[in-house]
Design a binder for this molecule. Structure first.
Ligand SMILES: [Zn+2]
Ligand SMILES: [Zn+2]
Length: 422
């Protein structure tokens, strides 16, 4: 592992006095201040050569992390930030050495960087932040996994942004912003990650992302970035649309079912995977057909009605096997018939969590989306899920995680924990 000093963070109580000292007494250059709203701090960068700087931090609210730090310890050195080229590799390396981490997996920081903190107890009392700058964060890419005899490929269908408050429900912003940095409009970055499952005979696609049928205005509304879509991901995986035998829906919201259909050369909306049967839970289908005021914006008929017209749907009514190693389990909660997908082969077990835990930040029980129609059912489903993974380590796929497509979930002293796959 190679790390370079990026900056040293200094918490100050009196900003103008401290800047006067750094500038006039020490001769450092002071750059314009930067308000980091999410952390309720004002930061001044003072370049100090060789790509490093001092970051002078002043709290703009008493409850900000810097405000609390000064109250407890007084002004002084707060953290150091080290630049790394590959933050996943760095975290794996540290974990192998028994280093205690605040963040088991990297998470989105400001300005497109990836960040993770090392616990001061493992770093001789120093709070260490690791940072992979945006310039070295690779574009969306597929990732491959082996589960028993199965090949699993995590795909992608672009990114979008949703309001951070809505994504974390009753969890206060002071907590969730530590997991994922919001932008100036309070939105957090999210990805759509459909999953491919191959057993040597069949190829199944679970969910299909946002698709490409909507208007510019629609994509703008969700800040959707369509530069790397499911077409690119399938090509990268070496799979043609004709190769897909089964398309399985976790539920029919547009960010999961949008890619089920496409507009053909004549402008008609048709199934996107010409040889596939589409497996849809009947209850979800009925709810999507008859939405109410709260659910209407999420169900776009063009994503699923043309499948019925084409006669390519296989409805399921129960928790059942869709392929020999793949079974669905209704969780409810997010929607009444929302389902997760278990993939089991030999001694290995994986789960596609869809919107039960859309990102790895949604691990704790009460971290439930404000979008969920029946949040108490989500809570019960998460508790049942925790009991299931307590029996065996499970490779979990996070469909909306901006950084981590999959991680192992284990149970440790009644709490769920993540172990990265690298
Ligand atoms: Zn949904
Ligand atoms: Zn979703």
């Amino acid at each position: 592992m190679k790390a370079y000093l990026d900056h040293v963070g200094i918490a100050v109580a009196d900003l103008s006095a401290s800047l006067a000292f750094f500038r006039d007494a020490l001769g450092l250059e002071v750059h314009a201040s930067e308000e980091v709203g999410s952390q309720r701090v004002r930061a001044h960068f003072l370049p100090s050569g060789a790509g490093t700087s001092l970051e002078v931090l002043e709290a703009t609210a008493a409850d900000s992390p810097i405000g609390r730090f000064i109250e407890k310890r007084g002004p002084g050195l707060h953290h150091i930030t080290l630049r790394v080229d590959d933050i996943d590799a760095a975290l794996a390396h540290l974990k192998a050495r028994g280093v205690r981490l605040v963040d088991d997996v990297a998470r989105p920081g400001a300005e497109g960087a990836l960040v993770a903190f090392i616990h001061p107890s493992s770093a001789h009392g120093v709070l260490v932040e690791l940072k992979q700058p945006a310039a070295s964060v690779p574009p969306l890419a597929i990732s491959r996994y082996t589960v028993g005899n199965l090949e699993l490929i995590s795909l992608y269908d672009g990114t979008f942004r949703l309001d951070g408050g809505a994504m974390f429900g009753v969890v206060p912003k002071a907590l969730w912003e530590k997991k994922t940095a919001p932008d100036e409009s309070n939105r957090i970055p999210m990805t759509m990650r459909p999953l491919l499952v191959r057993d040597g005979t069949r190829t199944m696609l679970i969910d299909a992302g946002l698709g490409d049928k909507e208007t510019e205005k629609f994509y703008r509304m969700y800040a959707a970035d369509r530069t790397r879509t499911l077409d690119h991901a399938l090509a990268e995986a070496g799979v043609a649309p004709e190769d897909i035998d089964i398309v399985l829906a976790s539920h029919l919201h547009f960010d999961h079912a949008g890619g089920f259909t496409m507009r053909n050369g004549m402008g008609k909306v048709v199934p996107r995977f010409p040889n596939a049967r589409y497996v849809i839970r009947r209850g979800e289908w009925n709810d999507a057909r008859h939405p109410h005021e709260r659910s209407r914006a999420s169900y776009l008929p063009d994503n699923f009605l043309p499948l019925a017209d084409a006669g390519v749907i296989d409805f399921i009514d129960e928790d059942e096997r869709v392929m020999p190693c793949v079974r669905v389990q209704r969780t409810g909660g997010h929607t009444l018939h929302h389902q997760i997908i278990w993939i089991e082969s030999g001694r290995d077990c994986a789960v596609f969590l869809a919107d039960l835990m859309p990102t790895s930040a949604h691990l704790p029980d009460p971290w439930i989306m404000g979008y969920d129609l029946y949040p108490m059912d989500t809570l019960f489903a998460k508790q049942a899920f925790a009991r299931a993974v307590a029996r065996r380590e499970t490779l979990a796929f996070f469909e909306h995680d901006p950084v981590t497509p999959a991680a192992f979930i284990t149970e440790q002293q009644g709490k769920l924990a993540l172990r990265s796959t690298t």
